[in-house]
Ligand binder design. Structure first.
Ligand SMILES: [Fe+2]
Length: 403
């Protein structure tokens, strides 16, 4: 890496850190516990919402949304339902949601699902308050700049953390480029954490979404500058919670304690990364979502241990601390503890039948992946090791080789 470029990135992050500490980091109000969705009508009434747009995907639209719609019916709250959010939601979908919202005279959003419906609804809400600005023009930091309508997030995975974050990840319909809108106004007003919403989540999705939450917590924890005492604590608690409960939820979806703890861990990890950022794992994972529609959690699960190993000594101290806190390894050198922590992530992946690499990545796509990943990560993400083209390529080739 060119020294001047490196100095610019670190300088940007240091200045951004000063600016970030002056911002008001609003948090979603959590409403948690079994049956928490029953409180949604009350929340809407508090926000003076008489008509709401419920945004979700086709499966959740059939299985879980009806329970929420019944609550709305009973409370006499009108609604419009949109159930066509796809995995890796596109700009076209966002624009359709925005038009439906405006045409039907809705006053608020309920997003039900994993990251995709929550992100699509966030971007649509941004379009509602910025009708003349295309989605792509709001990509990056603090480009929304206006308060969005009342927004209730109901996660059905644990998770993306989208219920707590400033981010909405959208894919360009033509170029397949995946990018993030990041603005404090995109933090939902409420996060309804109801374990019943995750009860029937298949083991495979429980595993990959849980590893996404782990990636949020670990990448936020490794951040060199934006962290606060609170984001550090929440990241540590999230990692411990995920190590303890993810595989329980994976093995027995009806384990409501594990489901509840995973929702809480995901919420904490979401808050940690909203404050402290993510890193190179996410930057590379997003390129796979855009190019190959790879589920986000799966991409992160595979890439996380590879990038952590690549960081080497730069991440050892913090990973050693996580090894101690989780009880993975409490004696030995920092390097040994960090190695054991990464080894345990690989073991979790193995036990949950997550692959070790991706052979489907095509040679011709590698330059595009590198360009997108570096464009996303630099200079904003406060990563322990700043990647240049060469190092990013080495990591991508390892992802292919380890398949
Ligand atoms: Fe993520």
């Amino acid at each position: 890496m060119n020294k001047l470029q490196f100095a610019y990135y670190r300088g940007f992050q240091a200045v951004f850190n000063i600016g970030a500490r002056c911002l008001h980091w609003r948090r979603p109000i959590p409403v948690s516990g079994e049956g928490a969705v029953g409180k949604i009508p009350e929340l809407l009434k508090q926000e003076a919402v008489d008509k709401v747009l419920v945004v979700t995907g086709p499966t959740v639209g059939k299985k879980l949304a009806p329970g929420i719609l019944r609550e709305l019916d009973q409370a006499g709250i009108a609604y419009v339902l949109f159930t066509e959010v796809e995995a890796n939601p596109s700009v076209n979908t966002v624009n359709r949601i925005q038009r439906l919202y405006l045409d039907s005279g809705c006053q608020g959003f309920i997003a039900v699902g994993g990251g995709s419906p929550m992100d699509a609804a966030k971007a649509a809400a941004a379009r509602v308050v910025r009708p003349k600005t295309p989605v792509g023009k709001m990509a990056g930091l603090l480009k929304v700049g206006r308060k969005i309508p009342p927004y209730i997030a109901v996660p059905t995975t644990a998770g993306t953390g989208s219920e707590t974050t400033i981010a909405a990840v959208i894919t360009d319909s033509e170029t397949h480029h995946k990018y993030a809108l990041m603005d404090l106004h995109l933090v939902p007003k409420y996060a309804v954490l109801d374990p019943e919403m995750t009860r029937e989540l298949p083991p495979k999705i429980t595993a990959t979404t849980g590893m996404d939450a782990l990636t949020h917590a670990v990448e936020a924890y490794l951040c060199w500058t934006y962290n606060t005492k609170e984001s550090i604590r929440l990241a540590e608690e999230a990692v411990c919670g995920i190590f303890k409960y993810l595989e329980r939820a994976y093995r027995d979806g009806n384990d409501m304690q594990a489901r509840t703890e995973m929702l809480i861990a995901s919420y904490k990890a979401g808050f940690a990364f909203t404050r402290a950022g993510v890193g190179n794992v996410h930057a590379i994972a997003h390129t796979l979502g855009g190019l190959y529609n790879t589920p986000h959690g799966l991409a992160n699960a595979v890439i996380l241990p590879i990038v952590l190993e690549d960081y080497g000594a730069a991440a050892e101290k913090k990973l050693a601390r996580l090894a101690e806190l989780t009880g993975v390894k409490t004696d030995g050198t920092e390097a040994e503890k960090a190695k054991a922590f990464i080894g345990e992530i690989r073991a979790m992946n193995r036990r949950m039948e997550i692959p070790t690499g991706f052979a489907f990545i095509q040679e011709k796509d590698i330059p595009q992946m590198i360009a997108w990943a570096l464009d996303e990560a630099n200079p904003v993400y406060p990563v322990p090791v700043v990647y240049d083209e060469k190092r990013c390529e080495q990591v991508i080739r390892r992802i292919i080789r380890e398949a």
